[in-house]
Design a protein around this ligand. Structure first.
Ligand SMILES: O=C(O)CC1=CCC(=O)O1
Length: 96
């Protein structure tokens, strides 16, 4: 199942810089593992914002929820999720 996810990061302005650095490093490590596993298909920066558009490919809504909740930055993100399905006019046969 494919999901389009918008993540907007809102770190407290007074967060300790060392803590922020560690959170971002841990987030990157987990994100790259999920990308290697094929679960985090796309990760795009939204220009001019501390936010991203991502596409996740997971087995269920529950797996998406569990995955998002384990992200180190989860407590500091606003997350919007849209489920995706195939568009009948798409020419990309393998994009399911
Ligand atoms: O910087 C972001 O948009 C949040 C994030 C997601 C994966 C990552 O490494 O950072």
């Amino acid at each position: 199942m494919l999901f389009h996810v918008k993540m907007t990061v809102k770190l407290p302005v007074d967060m300790d810089p060392g803590k922020a650095f560690k959170l971002k490093a841990d987030e990157k490590e987990l994100a790259q593992r999920l990308m290697r596993e094929g679960k985090w298909r796309h990760l795009w920066r939204i220009a001019g914002q501390y936010a991203n558009y991502s596409v996740f490919d997971v087995a269920s809504v529950q797996e998406l929820h569990d995955t998002l909740m384990q992200l180190p930055l989860f407590p500091y993100m606003e997350i919007e999720v849209d489920p995706l399905c195939r568009h009948p006019s798409s020419i990309r046969e393998n994009d399911s």
